[in-house]
Design a protein around this ligand. Sequence first.
Ligand SMILES: [Zn+2]
Ligand SMILES: [Zn+2]
Length: 290
Amino acid sequence: MSQIPLPEGTSAESPDADDARDDSTRQIAPDVAYRQLAIVNVVFVGAPGVGDGKWVLIDAGVPGSAPAIRAAARERFGQNGRPGAIVMTHGHFDHVGSLESLAAEWDVPVYAHPLEHPYLDGTRSYPPADPSVGGGLMALLSPLYPTRPVDVGRRLKPLPDDHSVPGMPGWKWLHTPGHSPGHISLWREADRFLIVGDAFVTTKQESVYSAVTQAPEMHGPPMYFTPDWTSARQSVRRLAALAPETVVTGHGQAMRGTQMRAALDELAARFDDIAVPDYGRYVLQSGSAS
Ligand SMILES: [Zn+2]
Ligand SMILES: [Zn+2]
């Protein structure tokens, strides 16, 4: 399976500016920053210094990442570093790790697609991970990853039917299923900014080496947790058709520009070759015809 490397010039990061700001985030738009916590990214939407209730957290990291998220939020936004809401791209364990504790501590609503609610209100577990795909240690270890749902109770709310995003004027949520049933991405037309979630990622997440070093490549959704490859293909094609200028994904570095778009177009065009495993638990049932 050949992959699509992302050349150096595609990084959306500004390390010097990040060092100067020193709030432990990587800022990729004046009001969008992210932080890598172990293997996964969380995204902060809001301008620096806006204060409590005026920004939104996207996803909640791996278990144990609450202190790092809390610290980055205080440094970046000031006051108590409390957001107005948390928006979930989906409910996999590496995105909900600190969700219960942060939602309770901040007492804020948690917005997710209704199809993802069973995994966030304690009613349903995800299907088991598929260790046979991707050929890396992260994939081999995947049966050990938690699939049990978290429960944020009464704080869980559906994303609005009109596709607006609470606390994020100018943004729309897009249903991008495949990697999980209620997976969403977030899109801002004004600067063509895409918060992807795991619909595609910019590192080979199946390999522990790439997951840690984040070698940049345009990659389909993490294979071991993707049960519906037909929907996953449609979602990548829909996102590529938007022609985003900047993308921040659940795993890997934020990327931008023409070469990023070329790589995303190639992933969309050759999705079955590049992203879909040749074999595995979920491949036969979803088919690979395009
Ligand atoms: Zn995921
Ligand atoms: Zn993930």
